[in-house]
Structure formats: C-alpha cells, structure tokens
Design a protein around this ligand. Structure first.
Ligand code: PLP
Length: 444
C-alpha cells in the first residue's frame, strides 16, 4: 500500500497507471487539475508551464474554446453513432479535410482511436493490399531499432524498444526485421536540425531484401522523427533513400506521424516537411488537439482502390474496425482543431518560431552533463550523460525537479524531450529553458 502526503479525498491505490512507476508516483503524486493555453494547474493550485503539449498532442494549446464547444455540442446532439454499416456527417467531413491536408495522393482515411490502433490498422491494410493485388507472400514487416509504434502486438513487434517487448516476446509478430537506428553522438552530437551523417543507414533495407526476398516484404514503418526514444532527427537524405528503396522493391512505406503530424515540425506532416511521400501515414494525438481520443490511417488512393474498389461487390471489403472509429465527439473535436490550426496559421507559426527555439535549446549545450542537444521544428531532445551505475536517474530527477519548479518535461531514460504547443510565446521558451537549465545545473 502506498500513500501520498497530499490531502486527497480519494485513494490512489486502485488505479494501475500506464507507463508509470506506480509505487513511486503514489508516494509523491503529480496531479493535474485544470489546463488553459500553455499551462496546467495542479491540485495544489500551482501553475505549470507545459513543455510537452501534454504528451505531444495539444498542439493548439489547452482547452481552446472552439474545440470545447464543438465537443459539447456534439455530446448534446449526437453522442454516439455506429460506424459499421452506418455513418454520420462529421466523420466524412473530417476524412475529407484530412485528405486535403495530407500531401499528394494520400486521400483516404481509416479512423481508429489511438496511435497504437492506427499502427495496427496500417499493418493490416498493408497485408490486405498485397493480398488484393495477388501478392499474398508479402507478409513481412520492417521496423527500425528505437522506433515506437504504440503498444498493440503489431506495434511492439515492428517497434524497436526491447523493454516494451520483454514480457511479451513469446507472442510477437513472427516475421519482422529491423533497420538500424540513426542515433550516433560520435558523428552528430549538437547538430542543429538534420544531421549530415547517416543517410547510408537506410541502405540496410537492401540487406534485409537480399536476405528475405523483396517479394516477402509488405511494408517498412518508421517515424519521420523518432520521438519516444528521445527525438532522433533523420539524417539528411535518409528518408529519401528509404523511399527510393521501397519504391524499387514495391514495398509500402508507412510514416508513423503520430508525433510529427499536425504542425510539430512546422508543416502539416513530417512527409510534407521532408518532401518525402509515404504510402500511408498513421496519425493521432494532434488530430483532435488531444481533447478526445482519435487515431487514423491516411492511405494513397491506389491502396483504397485495390482493397475496396477492386474487390467483388459482395459485402464488407475489409474486416477491421473499432466501435469508436470516427466517434462523433472525436470527429467534432478534429474538425474544430483543424479549423484552429488553419485560422491561426499554427503550422506556419511553428516554422517561424523554430529558429528562436533552436537557439534557445542549444544554449543548454554548455551545461555540465549535457552530451547532446538536437532539434527540429518545435521539438528538442537534450541528452544527459547517465550517472555511473544509475542510468535513467538523472532523467527522472530532471522530470521531478522541473515539475517542482513549474515546468512539465518528458523524459526517456536520460533524454529530455521537449515539444510545446505551437502557440508557445518567446517568453515561455525563455522561461522553459531557464527552469530546465537551473534543474540540470543542480543535478548531482
Ligand atoms: N506511434 C508513435 C510514433 C507514437 O509516438 C505513439 C505515442 O506516443 C504511438 C504510436 C502510440 O499512440 P497511442 O499512445 O495513442 O496509442
């Protein structure tokens, strides 16, 4: 039994918290009570600057009235509509707008409720696509080390994080290979923007093709910028090379844009930012400004055509979907969110602010224990030297110290990830960096 020192009128014991050190948290909880714009307020009434847009999702800032009202209105008029053999206008309207926002011919949308579901849906779509085209042997997936694609069995299988698989290793997808990751401090430490070294790492796909046969590989899935394992910015030319190799071998390329979507890099999607066209994108988080759970797979018209339009007209074409696919509240939140992104020019705002952000985060370069600072758009990773014999300890202490000092950051091991809402002001950026610097300087 764990107890908190806060005077609370509820128990902390019963909730099994996700991706959390439950016992440590319950001894010293960090409880958020409300949010507005760039800030949270905790249950003790302290104001906390949100350096992470919640969990990379509140791209337009917290509790925006337009989004709140859209959700309220939907809840009062259409609380739920079945998505199987039934529809409702908002989900079609949102799909249309997402298709318009997505680059090139990524013009059909399959809704899910989270990034994890979007990823597993995309993997299934890849299999269905090859089967529909008469290539049923293409069943293998290629992920990348240090990739994060959520927590479904598909997602952890293609993901490249050992600790997330350890307990489940006996039942992972059986036919998966991994590309090497692109993180290399020896070559790329303190790079501003995309590193110059590492494009050749994409060529590892050729080795996998040689070993397995191109005609057995369904899809490659990567995050354009790997977020969860500590902001790994792709080397210049890397994504282009991956695209060329996938095209050469007729392998589908899936960009997992759960973090990079909706303006995070200063463009609608990572694909738009890098000018590299995937065959599918998985999105979530910023699609509704984090206000209602939603995920989606955005696919090229040719994929929809193969699986749906080319099928015999004898009923359901794709045996997959969720009770809450395209939920009315999520669809309403998504429409209001996209309207905000547009009316406030938030993607352009992020692009315009990126140089100031870059300058500010790189000012942490000389703080002792900082071994790398990296950035792109409104994202940054600050990597710390692990304490001898206690890897991860400095990361946890940074999270705790920042929170005590009124700043929310995200840590993964000894890497601090920053991803503020796109409405952040310069003064907030200065405050964020000042608090973080103070905490890092005091770390043992
Ligand atoms: N894919 C990527 C790239 C992510 O960053 C995440 C979550 O951070 C996911 C998938 C999983 O999303 P969710 O937690 O909504 O299932």
């Amino acid at each position: 039994m764990t107890t908190s020192s806060l005077p609370l009128d509820f128990s902390l014991e019963e909730l099994w918290m996700p991706f959390t050190a439950n016992r440590a948290f319950k001894r010293a909880p960090r409880l958020l009570a409300s949010a507005a714009g760039m800030h949270y307020r905790d249950v003790e009434g302290r104001t906390i600057l949100d350096g992470t847009a919640g969990l990379w999702c509140v791209n337009a800032g917290h509790c925006r009235p337009a989004v709140v009202q859209a959700i309220q209105q939907s809840a009062a008029t259409l609380d739920f509509a079945p998505g199987f053999q039934m529809g409702h206008p908002a989900s079609f309207a949102l799909a249309q707008q997402l298709a318009a926002l997505a680059p090139g011919d990524l013009d059909h949308v399959f809704f899910a409720n989270s990034g994890s579901e979007a990823v597993d849906s995309a993997l299934k779509i890849a299999l269905a696509y090859h089967q529909a085209r008469g290539e049923p042997r293409r069943v293998r997936f290629v992920g990348r080390l240090r990739g994060y694609h959520g927590v479904g069995f598909g997602g952890i299988s293609v993901g490249g994080i050992d600790i997330n698989k350890k307990a489940f290793a006996a039942q992972l997808l059986p036919q998966v290979d991994h590309l090497p990751h692109t993180h290399d401090l020896a070559h790329n430490a303190f790079t501003r923007g995309q590193p110059g070294w590492g494009a050749h790492l994409a060529d590892a796909l050729e080795e996998i093709v040689a070993a397995r046969g191109a005609d057995t590989i369904a899809a490659v899935i990567v995050e354009p910028v790997a977020g969860s394992t500590g902001v790994l910015v792709p080397p210049k030319g890397y994504l282009e090379r991956l695209r060329a190799l996938c095209t050469k071998h007729s392998i589908l390329l899936i960009f997992d844009e759960v973090i990079t979507g909706f303006g995070r890099l200063g463009a609608a999607f990572g694909a738009s930012y890098f000018g590299v066209q995937p065959d599918m994108m998985t999105v979530a988080k910023g699609i509704t400004n984090g206000a209602v759970p939603m995920g989606a797979v955005i696919v090229r018209g040719a994929i929809y055509d193969s699986v749906v339009n080319a099928a015999a007209e004898s009923g359901i074409e794709f045996f997959h979907g969720y009770t809450y696919s395209g939920h009315p509240l999520a669809s309403a939140a998504g429409l209001a969110t996209l309207a905000l992104y547009q009316s406030e020019g938030l993607f352009q705002r992020a692009a315009a602010l990126a140089p100031f952000w870059e300058e500010a985060v790189h000012s942490l370069k000389d703080v002792s224990k900082v071994v790398d600072v990296r950035n792109l758009g409104l994202v940054a990773g600050i990597e710390l030297e692990p304490r001898a014999g206690a890897p991860g300890a400095r990361g946890v202490e940074t999270l705790q110290g920042c929170f005590r000092n009124g700043l929310l950051v995200r840590v993964t091991g000894d890497i601090i990830a920053l991803s503020p809402s796109l409405i952040i002001e310069r003064a907030h950026i200065e405050e964020l960096v000042d608090i973080l610097r103070g905490v890092l300087q005091r770390l043992p």
